[in-house]
Design a binder for this molecule. Structure first.
Ligand SMILES: [Zn+2]
Length: 249
């Protein structure tokens, strides 16, 4: 159990899959739409996209068929086309959404099998809750729980009703965990060539007090939760996910 807050500071944790419990749940499902990758930058050669930035509650159904086709093909496109597609999607996305090449939208679609815990992660950047667990956590006052339905066919009896969380972005690296000799961002595309440091130290001033679960602004593959979230999960006896405390400065 995490200790109570010290000196009024909230503790923050990284959520990761708990492989010790024997759950066998597996999803073979991708989001319905995604921004394509981008062709390499002429200056730094960085290109492609990051599918870890996901907005599963965003519905793009009302876009023209020809555009949806473009949003179903990850093949890299020129920077101008990428910018055009981002502006096409923006009205459908939450106002706080960060829209970048590779970002994913809509329900995960495909198939699922095995036994799922109340909380479920298959990779570090997607967090799923069974509906009962989501409702229990909401009733416990946990904030930031926007559950989005999946479009997944489950094999076997008693299929779980899993929801994928759509997460706000908060939280920056504290400079002390970054390499001292890092280069400035690319002047053409803004790429900062930062790898996720190990261990991460969080910049206290960048952490939210409005939500208890969120995606890290500086590392889209990292999902962070507050001490309140961890305590509620443990009090309710929910499992499937484990939490590692991160240092905050
Ligand atoms: Zn560049």
């Amino acid at each position: 159990m995490p200790a109570a807050a010290e000196r009024g500071t909230v503790k923050f944790y990284e959520a990761t899959e708990d492989t010790s419990l024997g759950y066998t749940g597996n999803l073979d499902a991708v989001h319905r739409w995604g921004l394509p990758g981008v062709q390499p930058c002429p200056t730094c050669r960085a290109g492609g996209g990051s599918p870890s930035l996901a907005y599963p509650c965003v519905d793009l159904c009302s876009l023209p068929e020809s555009e949806l086709k473009r949003l179903s093909n990850p093949w890299p496109v020129p920077r101008e086309e990428s910018a055009r597609l981002i502006e096409l999607i923006r009205p459908f996305a939450p106002s706080w959404a960060v829209l970048k090449p590779g970002a994913q939208f809509g329900p995960r679609t495909g198939s699922g099998s095995g036994r799922f815990g109340p909380l479920f992660m298959q990779n570090s950047w997607s967090l799923y809750l069974r509906r009962e667990a989501l409702e229990q956590l909401q009733a416990a006052g946990i904030r930031g729980l926007q559950g989005c339905p999946l479009s997944v066919r489950f094999r076997g009896k008693n299929p779980p009703e899993l929801l994928e969380l759509q997460l706000e972005l908060h939280g920056r690296f504290h400079p002390s965990c970054l390499p001292p000799d890092r280069k400035p961002p690319c002047p053409t595309c803004g790429n900062d060539r930062l790898k996720v440091p190990e261990p991460i130290v969080l910049d206290a001033a960048s952490l939210p007090d409005s939500v208890d679960v969120f995606r890290m602004t500086d590392a889209w593959t990292v999902i962070l939760v507050t001490e309140r979230f961890v305590e509620a999960v443990q009090r309710l006896g929910l499992d499937g996910v484990t939490f590692r405390e991160l240092e905050t400065r």
